[in-house]
Design a protein around this ligand. Structure first.
Ligand code: HDD
Length: 712
């Protein structure tokens, strides 16, 4: 019986020349050399089974007859389906959704006085690294732009072993003791009976937990600020949060806090924009990072440190071992020591971004931990979670996790052992193999901290929270009062939004009660926003808030840069749009550093007034103005009239206006603006005035906000 031709017939043709070109490499992979052999996908011209058997048909399973049952014998089908069935691994219990990139760190200032760590002492040295950004609460398939803290984890592949700096984009944490971490995470993740909300803290269990845990309030107020709705991973700060130790050649310890500062400046979205982005583009932040790196716009961050001694720490008005506290820059200034550049997107999301395993316990000689009880708990949790996630104590052998310096010891075997250790010696001390790995005096040494001095009191062991951890409100007050009036309004509105989703009245009341300790005005605004008739009582507190000096470094707006560098501009066109205007805006925006995208009703583009056809980068219905930092609308009269009946076009300008963005419009486009009810202000400029547009596009129109939104 004649066989029906299948698509696989094409694959029986001679492999393409490019594939032949890689055959040598593939043969090498499968050869008999000394190295352990690894089949790398794409490096062999013909398709094989996992055992290296060439496959002749990848379209049809083996059947008893063309219409008969499939045979159990078909090991090729079984292997393929079985492998597929096991593709997924457990997602991270927190920070499941993330995006990562390769890059390097270059040291510009030596910390040799403080540490022996080569990565912090060898000026000019470039250390490869891998950085993963993440949301915290949502699952791996959730959205990029919920209101949430962002993870900022960096794995430095140093000459002396891997150093992982596993931080967040907020410099403080919700809780003081790792004992509370499972409770915090259970409370913020989707509720266990209903399985929602996904990736959102706006629900009863989160606010129930935090309102019963006053230590959370400093971080909660940060999480209600615009830091939790960033415009881009490229525009977030990063913080190691805990105090760590640096140890110098003389064995002296200095405490250090790490800060990442984006060269593009901080930039956030407004909440309505963030919420709409969740519908417009689930992958907004991932796409943004990918597109920037692919376009050669490699994001950079300065690494800065705050250094302080035990004696200085003893004089701070709070305990530096308490992760709910930060050290204001005004108290201990930041010293910039180097730059991180992210310049390469991973080749494979699963192998790299998903399998990367960060652990705060990964450090190098010349560094050590502090006694922060949150950090101490983390030292256990991360390697432990990698076992359930990656399935083996050999997770360090995965290429993304393996140090790039030599590593050796007598640990052996275990699931998925990828190495083939040689010889008889798998123990130490040993004399049979003089080349077997030995400990070295230059290796890692813990700081010889003495109990009864410095940070460690001479006291009986106990399950007790230090009294020095008891002030939960002073820094929250300092944070709130340091913000601009726009940011204060956003914080109040965020509390209102989140607590409006809380169904249980007494939880809402408890939250507002806590806010009274932070700032009466904030509490009143939130109470008004929630429609409360009276202010609830503040809960009792051991330590009332003290007034601390305002710290402008805590703002976002103060740290935004008036720039189009790394930002994006969308130009909405239709048939008949003025080619010259489109071109001049595009040129000016690109020379100011922006990425420019053309948006049209049809992705094929539009025919401009000079008869040329301009292809669109995005179709109007799928490319709303949320994905841009500023927009230009260039329309002929007819082109505008055609769009008056298209709500996506009206929304394009209305949302840009509502999200406080600059809009350039020509005469035709004005019809659309009129239909959308947009009033002229400093951010609405004539398309012919390109300079004015570029100037306005570099910032958000904060003064406009009171016209478009009832903020708390
Ligand atoms: Fe954590 C992941 C950051 C406290 C337990 N954490 C994780 C990631 C980041 C942070 C960025 C994602 C890493 C990646 O991209 O793979 N975590 C923090 C910060 C904390 C913190 C800045 C406080 C200062 N974490 C913390 C505590 C515990 C954990 C107190 C447990 C006692 N964190 C974990 C974890 C995760 C994790 C369960 C999940 C996936 C993973 O570790 O690799 O072990």
């Amino acid at each position: 019986m004649a066989r029906t031709p299948t698509p696989d017939d094409a694959s029986r043709m001679p492999p393409n020349p490019d594939a032949h070109a890689t055959e040598d490499a593939a043969d090498h992979q499968r050869g008999n050399g000394d190295e352990p052999q690894q089949m790398v996908a794409g490096q062999h011209a013909t398709m094989t089974t996992n055992q290296g058997l060439d496959i002749s048909d990848n379209q049809n399973s083996l059947k008893a007859s063309p219409r008969g049952p499939v045979l159990l014998e078909d090991f090729i089908l079984r292997e393929k389906i079985q492998h597929f069935d096991h593709e997924r691994i457990p997602e991270r219990i927190v920070h499941a959704r993330g995006s990562a990139a390769h890059g390097h760190f270059k040291l510009t200032r030596s910390l040799a006085d403080y540490t022996t760590a080569k990565i912090l002492t060898e000026v000019g040295e470039e250390t490869p690294l891998f950085t993963r950004f993440s949301t915290v609460a949502g699952g791996s398939g959730s959205v990029d732009t919920p209101r949430d803290v962002r993870g900022f984890a960096v794995k430095f592949y140093t000459k002396e072993g891997n150093w992982d700096l596993v931080g967040n984009n907020i410099p403080v944490f919700f809780i003081q003791d790792a004992m509370k971490f499972p409770d915090l995470v259970h409370a913020v993740k989707m509720e266990p009976d209903r399985g929602y909300p996904q990736a959102a803290s706006a629900h009863d269990t989160f606010w129930d937990f935090v309102s019963l845990t006053p230590e959370t309030f400093h971080t909660v107020i940060w999480a209600m600020s615009d830091r939790a709705i960033p415009r881009s991973f490229r525009m977030v700060e990063g913080f190691g949060i805990h105090s760590f130790r640096l140890i110098n050649a003389a064995g002296k310890s200095t405490f250090v806090k790490y800060h990442w500062r984006p060269l593009l400046g901080l930039q956030s979205t407004v909440w309505d924009e963030s919420a709409k982005l969740q519908a417009a583009d689930n992958d907004f932040l991932r796409r943004d990072l990918f597109e920037a790196i692919q376009a050669g716009k490699h994001p950079q961050w300065e690494l800065a440190v705050q250094l302080f001694t035990q004696e200085e720490a003893d004089g701070f008005p709070f305990d530096h071992l308490d992760s709910t506290k930060l050290i204001p820059e005004e108290l201990v200034p930041l010293t910039v020591i180097g730059t991180m550049t992210l310049d390469r997107w991973p080749d494979n999301f699963f192998a790299e971004t998903e399998q990367v395993a960060f652990c705060p316990s990964h450090l190098v000689p010349g560094m050590d931990f502090s006694n922060d009880p949150l950090l101490q708990g983390r030292l256990f949790s991360y390697p432990d979670t990698q076992l359930s996630r990656l399935g083996s104590v050999n997770f360090h052998q995965l290429p993304i996790n393996a140090p790039k310096c030599p590593f050796a010891n007598q640990q052996r075997d275990g699931h998925m052992q990828m190495q083939i250790p040689k010889g008889r010696v798998n123990y130490e001390p040993s004399s049979l193999d003089p080349t077997s790995a030995r400990a070295t005096p230059d290796g890692f040494r813990s700081f010889a901290e003495r109990v009864g001095t410095g940070d460690v009191d001479d006291a009986p062991k106990s399950r007790i929270r230090a009294e020095s951890f008891a002030d939960h409100y002073s820094q929250a007050r300092q944070f709130y009062r340091s913000q601009t009036k726009y940011e204060q309004a956003h914080i109040a509105s965020a509390f209102v939004f989140e607590n409006s989703k809380v169904e249980t009245l007494h939880i809402r009341e408890r939250v507002v009660g806590h806010l009274r300790h932070i700032d009466e005005d904030l509490a009143q605004r939130v109470a008004d926003g929630l429609g409360m008739e009276t202010l609830p009582d503040a809960p009792p507190t051991a330590v009332p808030a003290r007034d601390m000096p305002e710290s402008p470094a805590l703002q976002i707006i103060g740290k935004m840069k008036d720039t189009l560098d790394g930002r994006s501009v969308g130009i909405l066109i239709n048939d008949g749009s003025a080619a010259a205007t489109v071109q001049s805006i595009r040129q000016a925006a690109e020379s100011a550093g922006a990425m420019v995208k053309i948006v049209a009703p049809k992705v094929g583009g539009a025919t401009l007034d000079d008869g040329s056809k301009l292809a669109a980068d995005g179709q109007l219905a799928g490319t709303p103005s949320m994905v841009f930092d500023a927009v230009a609308v260039i329309l002929s009269d007819d082109g505008a009239i055609a769009l008056l009946g298209e709500s996506a076009a009206i929304d394009f300008v209305r949302d840009a206006f509502g999200h406080l963005k600059a809009i350039a419009a020509d005469a035709g486009a004005q019809k659309l603006l009129d239909r959308a009810g947009i009033e002229k202000d400093a951010g609405i400029v004539a398309a012919s005035d390109v300079d004015a547009f570029i100037k306005a596009a570099k910032t958000r129109q904060w003064e406009r906000e009171k016209k478009v939104r009832m903020l708390a």
